[in-house]
Design a protein around this ligand. Structure first.
Ligand code: NDP
Length: 298
């Protein structure tokens, strides 16, 4: 059996199109233009690429988008002042601070200052609490797990009663992913670096979400026949077959062996990655609609 390839790129493109239409409607009906501010501190090349693609997606979605690029040695106090300013700026509905921040800046101090209703990354303790308490309709949910859930539901439909194994327990991916799957009435196991006999744990899963950061760690013979595999990992590895010094991106799952066992699987690139940016746009639209007193869209 060869697994169905879950085309995150095309699902994300459809979602962005839908968001652009809804943003236009909001603008026509209320004159409110969804606004997102992206803040980047320093010159990390990968961060710069991510920020550029977020800005591009925001424009395509008819949003107002501003980028604040601060030098690497920006004092923490200056960044906090900027966040305060964005918190009270009525044209801005979503604030995103690109991580990682330089070492001299306390990351949680910055993230916790972002107003929860503008926290489109969903990292503020209020949003974490709402999600954990099962009040997703009031929360802003982290983009990568929210996008991963859409992909799983696209192929499986109702997830109720499924056994889900999430590998990784970070605040950004693993924990919120587990909370979302639990809210869908899955039986959820969270695995991590201390988990005993991980292959055997994964073999019990109808849904596997890999968010580890270790290239091709999850092997095909760990996967239950027919399972849905969502590969969150983005890892750059050497690719001498492409020429000297060349590299390529791979996930946390060994795609070539897993595709022979799974029922469905996300590729890397082109799976979860594009969904993350689309969900950032969706969160910004949600924040703008809530600011206007409107209900969330489906
Ligand atoms: P973290 O490094 O914060 O967390 C990794 C998790 O994996 C930890 O909980 C760790 O366990 C666990 N882990 C590490 N080694 C093992 C092992 N051998 N067996 C089992 N578990 C292990 O990573 P993130 O959650 O931030 O990201 C995970 C991956 O997802 C990365 O590849 C990242 O690049 C990618 N990513 C992709 C995004 C996208 O848009 N597609 C967005 C965000 C991340 P422990 O807690 O015990 O240390």
């Amino acid at each position: 059996m060869t697994a169905e390839r879950i085309d995150g790129k095309s699902i994300a493109a459809d979602l962005r199109d839908k968001i652009a239409v809804e943003a236009k409607k909001l603008i026509d009906e209320t004159k409110i233009v969804p606004g997102i501010a992206v803040v980047i501190v320093g010159e990390d090349p990968a961060s710069k690429v991510y920020v550029a693609s977020k800005g591009k997606a925001a424009k395509e979605c008819n949003f107002h988008s501003v980028q604040h690029t601060l030098p690497e040695d920006t004092p923490e106090a200056d960044l906090l002042v900027l966040i305060e300013k964005l918190n009270t700026d009525d044209a801005i509905h979503g604030i995103l601070v690109q991580l990682p921040l330089p070492n001299h800046i306390n990351e949680s101090k910055v993230l916790n200052l972002i107003r929860p209703d503008k926290d489109v990354d969903g990292f503020h303790p209020i949003n974490v609490g709402l999600l954990t308490a099962g009040e997703r309709d009031k929360a802003l949910v982290p983009c990568t797990p929210a996008g991963s859930l859409i992909l799983a539901k696209r192929v499986l439909g109702n997830l109720s009663g499924k056994n889900a194994v999430v590998i990784g327990r970070s605040n950004i991916v693993g924990k919120p992913m587990a909370a979302l799957l639990l809210a869908e009435s899955c039986t959820v196991t969270i695995a991590h670096s201390r988990t005993k006999d991980l292959p055997e744990v994964v073999r019990g899963a109808d849904i596997v979400v890999a968010a580890v950061g270790r290239p091709q760690m999850v092997k095909g013979d760990w996967i239950k026949e027919g399972a849905c595999v969502i590969d969150v990992g983005i890892n750059r590895i050497d690719a001498p077959e492409r020429g000297e010094g060349k590299t390529r991106l791979v996930g946390d799952v060994d795609y070539d062996s897993a595709v022979e066992r799974a029922g469905s699987i996300t590729p890397v690139p082109g799976g979860v990655g594009p969904m993350t940016i689309a969900l950032l746009m969706a969160n910004t639209l949600t924040a703008a609609r809530r600011a206007a007193g409107l209900s969330d869209l489906d």
